[in-house]
Design a protein around this ligand. Structure first.
Ligand code: ATP
Ligand code: MG
Length: 362
């Protein structure tokens, strides 16, 4: 008898369109589990954490929330943030608390064109973007070091300090991760992005670690850029990029740019990984809770469904993962698109179409 593999997934829909797109992703996972005829199942537990929870309970998640999550095989996350709760409270209280609490120090964000999706970047040398942005996810500009009111006075004389923390260990592990990832890819190239001319401590340390680690990977081509020039390079020479590794803040900004160039923020998937300890990793789209379109049923679910594919790949279901990606491509190729991509279809219609395309590929 074949033993059923059961994957325990903690689901945190969060706020705004996070709730809608996670629901879409769960439909896709349900379909695959049913179709597997008992080969695998997904056991999902819902956590109602987010801004509504905050307004009722004065906290974004339970105090022992990270501990509660630590037993799961993976975390499937929607988005966080809604008007009425300051963004820094919601972000730090939930998403960053989980990433840092579970030491998910590597955030990967693939960027690719989808067939049938109007491109914002038309470049003569580029058939497809084949980028993976690797974001340092545990320190840097998001270390939370600093404070308000350093001058001892509030009002116009207030001084606020926000420090970026760079450790040799933190730099080394993310840079090494990027090199290892590059080795699995066609071109084998890593581009490092800093602003080490102006940020003369932490980012100079990053550059030195990059130079040292790169010597261990003579088979991998390297390149180093300042972030402002890199933003231009994304548009002017996209063909020069493959794996791009950057600090927490810079990679965050560059990944919004990358996904917009590919078509929309709504199609970008991401994974927050702890590649060593294998504590549960967290899978979420790159976009936020989009209060402007929340509750209308029109959000693009592709980023979150693509994040489910990253999750399945991580759990060892790589065939199912690539089938999800193929079904997404088939759906956009058929011109079934949400409004952010210039179409007229809603969240439920895209999700149904993706599931239909999944079933065709049996
Ligand atoms: P965060 O700080 O959490 O990253 P944000 O302030 O950057 O959030 P988003 O919530 O990502 O903002 O939204 C930015 C814009 O992109 C909004 O106009 C939103 O409607 C649009 N958008 C984001 N995600 C989607 C999606 N899945 N489908 C359609 N439009 C989207
Ligand atoms: Mg954003």
């Amino acid at each position: 008898m074949i033993k059923t593999r059961n994957y325990r997934i903690a689901v945190i829909p969060g706020d705004g369109i996070g709730i809608e797109v996670v629901d879409a992703g769960l439909h896709v996972l349900d379909y695959l589990a049913n179709e597997s005829n008992g080969d695998f199942t997904f056991e999902t537990d819902f956590f109602p954490w987010g801004c509504e929870y905050y307004l009722e309970n004065g906290k974004m998640m339970d105090e022992d929330g990270v501990e509660k999550l630590s037993d799961y095989d993976a975390i499937y996350f929607g988005a966080v943030g809604f008007p009425g709760v300051p963004d820094h409270v919601s972000l730090w209280g939930l998403r960053l608390a989980i990433c840092q609490g579970l030491d998910q120090w590597a955030n990967i964000r693939p960027v690719e064109f989808l067939p049938g999706v109007p491109r914002r970047l038309n470049h003569p040398d580029v058939d497809n973007l084949n980028w993976i942005l690797v974001r340092e996810n545990s320190e840097g500009e998001y270390s939370g070091v600093g404070g308000r009111n350093f001058s001892g006075r509030e009002g116009s004389n207030e001084v606020a300090v926000q420090s970026a923390l760079f450790t040799e260990k933190g730099c080394e592990r993310i840079i090494r991760f990027a090199f290892d990832l590059a080795r699995t890819r066609k071109r084998k190239k890593v581009t490092s992005v800093t602003k080490s001319n102006a940020q003369q401590y932490g980012m100079v340390l990053w550059d030195e670690v990059f130079a040292r680690v790169s010597k261990e990977y003579p088979d991998v081509e390297t390149d180093q850029w300042l972030v402002d020039a890199m933003a231009a390079q994304f548009v002017l020479h996209p063909e020069e990029l493959e794996v791009v590794v950057a600090s927490n803040l810079f990679a965050d900004i560059l990944s919004d740019l990358g996904s917009a160039l590919a078509g929309s923020l709504g199609i970008a998937a991401s994974a927050n990984l702890n590649p060593v300890k294998r504590t549960p990793s967290m899978f979420e789209s790159v976009h936020g809770s989009a209060p402007d379109i929340a509750g209308k049923g029109i959000a693009n679910p592709i980023g979150t469904i693509g994040s489910a594919a990253l999750m399945l790949d991580h759990l060892g279901l790589s065939e199912e993962a690539s089938r999800i990606n193929q079904a997404i491509e088939e759906t956009t190729r058929q011109g079934i698109l949400t409004r952010d991509l210039g179409g007229t279809h809603n969240t439920a219609e895209i999700t149904d179409a993706i599931i239909k395309n999944l079933s065709k590929r049996k």
